[in-house]
Design a binder for this molecule. Structure first.
Ligand code: ATP
Ligand code: MG
Length: 564
């Protein structure tokens, strides 16, 4: 095959694998509609970002990179009531962590208030906008319905000069909230209700987090957003499907404001996760009601929560790629997110031993005070991670479920008379157990065979079970948190009254876990595979120097299969 054939084939493959947005961009570049590509992510600073936003960020940033273009971060802060500086900072941190680089292009919609005001005046002077004195209720009445056209406002044809003057008075604080609005003059008979002389400016005597009390009129989203995009030379303004019906208005605004190379809006389907709360509104309620420990509670799917839980930017990128970009709403299984983090961590991070539900195992024929160091691989599948020295002694902790006084069928772990392998150490044979006055097992006893040391090449006999352990004397005692879905999967996300069906077991705190001493110095966000128990990450809020607290990111197995 010649280079040319290979090239043709890869080009063909690329064309096929391109998503619908890339196909639009290719066409726009080929036809000269645009001479550059510029995208933006426009969050409203009224909450923390979630996994759905991650999709939008990575999509917009990815497109800019792919087409050698630029990516802007713009806070859409045109609604002063719900916005806060705390959110601005959190959003910036999350986007930077995801790796989307806005370079020096950090903008605020509120920085354009002056220009938006001038565009509004321009439209009035063109006869394309007018000040209307109808009340909000009257405007609604006049709007008509899906089947009936609307009625024109009696103020629609007031002289241009009068509207110019009244709009200036609106700006100067002459009118109370709701007393007057500025409306676009489009078409009250349009089948699209958004085009029936929509309100584009309202009076609102409110303090804005950025502009303070400078303004008492604020632009409506549908007027502000296209102007923001156009001012920044955005080419493809990517948003979610619910804005599809607003696109004609978007196009009307950029056309009537006479922007050169006007941006175009493209809609894609929102990302939803099955049985997981993604909407900002619900997450905010969980936070405000104190049901979770803030916006970064590891049970949530905000970006900060996923980070605290132990997800990596790479795993989220992989997830977003697997989800793809589409025009049809659908839900993705949470298990796919779990698959992505397992895939990302499994070769990168060390596998260590930690006992979450401990019981003592005493090896009666092992010297009382001896501690011996055994060599253990850090990751059997990735030798590059090297080895470590693991202390072994007479008293160990093992998982309670690894002993049964009376074994069930096919139980190959410890029971009286049975021999198992202690991972990285020796074979031990169970001799019995000690119970408290209530009949609970408090100690398991065993003897070891020095001949069977791991790595010694012993082939004398085989055992069916291998269990993990830590030496009691050198172990560190830690807290571990296990998570489940915050909503009850059986009952479904919402109950009939619209409240969330909470899962009472969404957080389990284990205070009495024992781990290898190597984990003592683990730092916030460090993650590990705990043999047989899953992937865990050091909590960034509640850990102290030398006293890590671990979050379970994900267990080792799931039923989720990926079709490739
Ligand atoms: P929510 O629906 O959770 O309240 P929002 O859409 O109100 O979110 P914004 O801050 O307005 O939040 O959104 C910023 C950008 O993120 C918008 O372009 C929006 O379309 C996009 N976005 C929001 N939610 C999702 C989602 N679930 N999937 C993909 N993109 C999303
Ligand atoms: Mg919004």
């Amino acid at each position: 095959m010649s280079d040319k054939d290979i090239l043709a084939e890869t080009e063909e493959k690329e064309a096929v694998s391109k998503n619908f947005i890339e196909q639009i961009i290719d066409k726009d570049l080929a036809e000269g509609t645009y001479d550059h590509i510029q995208t933006r992510f426009p969050p409203e600073p009224n909450g923390y970002l979630h996994i759905g936003h991650a999709k939008s960020i990575l999509l917009n940033y990815g497109l800019a990179q792919k087409y050698n273009g630029k990516f802007n971060l713009r806070f859409d802060d045109t609604n002063p009531t719900k916005e806060k500086t705390e959110y601005v900072e959190a959003i910036k941190e999350d986007i930077a962590w995801l790796g989307a680089d806005w370079e020096d292009r950090l903008y605020f919609a509120s920085d354009y208030f002056e220009q938006m005001y001038e565009y509004a005046v321009f439209l009035i002077k063109k006869g394309k906008a007018f000040v209307c004195d109808l009340t909000a209720d009257e405007i609604r009445e006049y709007r008509g319905t899906l089947t009936e056209p609307g009625k024109e406002s009696p103020y629609r044809n007031r002289p241009v000069e009068e509207s110019v003057l009244l709009f200036e008075e609106m700006k100067n604080g002459v009118y109370k909230d709701g007393e007057k609005v500025l409306r676009a003059k489009i078409d009250m008979a349009s089948p699209n209700i958004n085009m029936r002389d929509p309100v584009i400016y309202r009076v609102a005597h409110m303090t804005h987090h950025n502009t303070g009390d400078k303004w008492c009129i604020y632009p409506m989203y549908d007027f502000a957003h296209p102007i923001e995009d156009a001012i920044e030379h955005i080419t493809h303004s990517i948003c979610t499907l619910e804005f599809e019906d607003h696109r004609p208005l978007y196009d009307w605004v950029v056309k009537e404001c006479e922007f050169k190379m006007p941006p175009k809006q493209i809609e894609f389907a929102k990302l939803y996760l099955t049985n997981v709360v993604t909407g900002k509104r619900y997450i905010k309620k969980l936070v405000e009601d104190g049901i979770v420990d803030g916006w970064d509670d590891p049970r949530l799917v905000t970006i900060s929560a996923l980070r605290r839980r132990g997800y990596t930017p790479e795993s989220l990128k992989k997830f977003v790629e697997l989800c793809g970009v589409s025009k049809a709403n659908s839900s993705v299984d949470y298990a796919m997110l779990e698959y992505c983090i397992r895939e990302d961590l499994k070769l990168k991070r060390p596998r260590v031993m930690a006992i979450l539900d401990p019981i003592k195992l005493i090896i009666d024929n092992y010297p009382e005070d001896q501690i011996e160091y055994l060599t253990a691989d850090n990751n059997l599948e990735n030798p590059e991670l090297g080895t470590r020295q693991l202390p072994f002694g007479r008293e160990l902790y093992i998982e309670r479920e690894d002993f049964m006084e009376e074994p069930v069928k096919k139980y190959f772990r410890l029971f009286p008379g049975n021999e198992v392998r202690l991972m990285n150490a020796y074979f031990v044979k169970c001799t019995g157990c000690v119970k408290d006055e209530n009949g609970n097992v408090i100690e398991v006893h065993a003897t070891y065979d020095p001949e069977t040391k791991s790595g010694s090449g012993f082939t004398g006999r085989k055992v069916k079970g291998t269990i993990h352990w830590v030496a009691a004397k050198t172990a560190i005692q830690t807290e571990v948190r296990l998570y489940e879905n915050i909503v009850d999967e059986e009952k479904g996300k919402l109950s009939e009254d619209g409240s969330l069906n909470l899962n009472p077991n969404s957080l389990r705190i284990l205070k009495n876990c024992y781990m290898e001493p190597s984990l003592k110095d683990a730092k916030a966000f460090d993650s590990f595979q705990f043999v047989r128990n899953g992937f865990f990450c050091v909590d960034c809020k509640d850990s102290k120097e030398g006293e890590p607290v671990f979050n379970r990111i994900v267990s080792l197995k799931s039923s989720f299969k990926i079709n490739k």
